[in-house]
Design a binder for this molecule. Structure first.
Ligand SMILES: NC(=O)c1ccc[n+]([C@@H]2O[C@H](COP(=O)([O-])OP(=O)(O)OC[C@H]3O[C@@H](n4cnc5c(N)ncnc54)[C@H](O)[C@@H]3O)[C@@H](O)[C@H]2O)c1
Length: 433
């Protein structure tokens, strides 16, 4: 099968590389020329486990092509749209999606299937369907919705071992073609066929639920720290209940990334269009803001209690990506944390295992108070406190001989509190009264 994947980002690249490993001839297209040049040389532009090896393997086998030109994909049968759909100026931003469809319609031949994998606001399918109907003239172009559920950090494994594959269509004759894409037997029973609207809403509901679960445990953590309880003990008591499950019950400084915040905002936007009142989803977003502010307040309280002047208040922050095992800085709580703290500090040192120095500095308009380090223990020197903002494994087993700060602010509850205290370092975690 000849498949085109439009958009070579976190989703498109993984999708294209993995589908080519199934034996399909895949062309990944991105409007960003430099991205395509880099990928053609086998350089994966994102930090994602197993992706660079698989990319190079598929390029070598000549099963994977990369291009910036829509003309190069004209002869393909299936087009999977994986362009970004951000939330900008209080609205879902659909221009990239519409542009990619317009570009495709001007080149594709008869009998094509366009699959929307981008997370698109509910109602987008019908909007694009009418665009296709207006533009296709005599071409037989079908459209469907196929949301992606992979997680950055384990994206290749998630793509190759999906829990479900959602296919939203109003045209039953497309089902067989769709099944051919996921040609392995093990995938077939995972395919859930539904209406396009249900597929669109399923994606938002999944992210809305998971984000709400995080905001829920974070709310409990704020109660916990004011009444002498320990959220880590509560998590165990809650998560062992199979009705609840232990995933997404880690309390911390809140959720970030390119999906949860924007998908919740987008769903809330849809609700307001439907004249539905605010509810759980909006509370989950507000709770996320509150949780970060609560952590900042604790840091500033420490400064005040210890009578540390501005001149003497310097911090070291570890972890800038929105979660471990990725270099994605989009909507990261760590970035917001630095933005909130910077005016209270003489300087902030930053260490991240994979994010590049210039990418980090770009987030703060190259603020001169910030220094980015390549070595984590060097970054702590001459600072009052170490702040853990992202729970990378390499942070969990600290060498306490190399940590000489007065305090550790553990924004992800991933450091051993008892070891900390034994080493005469004050420990300030989340929800641990
Ligand atoms: N990142 C995730 O973990 C994740 C998970 C599930 C779903 N999604 C959804 O998948 C979609 C893609 O997300 P992403 O994180 O991969 O985005 P991304 O920003 O990493 O990549 C999008 C790519 O699309 C390209 N692009 C934009 N407009 C284009 C056009 N008209 N023609 C060709 N290329 C174009 C951009 O240059 C970019 O490289 C979004 O809708 C997102 O909500 C993301």
């Amino acid at each position: 099968m000849k498949i085109s994947v439009i958009g070579a980002g976190y989703v498109g690249l993984v999708t294209g590389v993995c589908l080519s490993s199934f034996g399909h001839r895949v062309t990944i297209l991105d409007k960003n020329n430099s991205k395509i040049r880099s990928l053609t040389k086998g350089n994966s532009i994102i930090f994602e486990k197993d992706l660079p090896e698989l990319l190079r393997k598929q390029l070598k086998k000549k099963k994977l092509l990369l291009t910036s030109s829509y003309d190069d994909v004209a002869q393909n049968d299936v087009f999977i749209i994986c362009v970004d759909t951000p939330f900008i100026n209080k609205k879902p931003y659909k221009k990239n999606l519409i542009d990619s469809i317009e570009s495709l319609l001007s080149v594709i031949s008869d009998d094509s299937l366009i699959i929307i994998k981008s997370t698109a606001p509910i109602g987008t399918f019908r909007e694009i369907e009418s665009l296709v109907n207006k533009r296709k003239m005599k071409k037989n172009v079908s459209l469907c919705v196929h949301p992606e559920f992979l997680r950055e950090g384990s994206a290749v494994s998630d793509f190759l071992n999906p829990e479900r594959i959602v296919f939203g269509t109003s045209n039953p004759s497309d089902i067989d073609l769709f099944k051919e894409i996921y040609c392995k037997d093990s995938f077939q029973e995972k395919i859930l066929i539904m209406s396009p609207e249900s597929a669109e809403l399923t994606k938002y509901a999944a992210n809305g639920f998971l984000a709400t679960k995080i905001s829920f445990i974070n709310e409990i953590s704020r109660i916990s720290e004011r009444c002498g309880a320990d959220i880590e003990e509560i998590k165990l008591g809650l998560g062992t209940d199979s009705r609840i499950g232990d995933q997404f019950l880690n309390s911390g400084i809140g959720f970030g990334g390119s999906c949860f915040p924007k998908d919740l905002q987008s769903l809330s936007f849809k609700k307001s269009q439907l004249r539905l009142p605010d509810g759980i989803l909006e509370a989950a977003l507000d709770g996320n803001e509150l949780q970060l502010q609560n952590f900042v307040d604790k840091i500033l309280e420490f400064k005040k209690e210890n009578k540390i002047s501005f001149e003497n208040f310097s911090l070291c922050i570890w972890g800038m990506s929105f979660k471990p095992n990725t270099n994605d800085l989009r909507d990261s709580q760590s970035i917001k944390l630095v933005q909130k703290l910077i005016k209270h500090c003489k300087k902030i040192n930053i260490y991240d295992p994979v994010c590049k120095k210039n990418e980090i500095l770009k987030q703060f308009s190259n603020n001169s108070k910030l220094t980015i380090f390549n070595e984590k223990y060097k970054s702590i020197k001459n600072t009052v406190g170490l702040v853990i903002a992202t729970e990378w494994d390499e942070f969990k087993n600290l060498d306490f001989d190399l940590v000489k700060t007065k305090v550790i602010f553990d924004g992800r509850n991933c450091i051993d509190k008892i070891k900390c205290n034994k080493n005469n370092i004050q420990y300030v975690g989340i929800g641990r009264g």
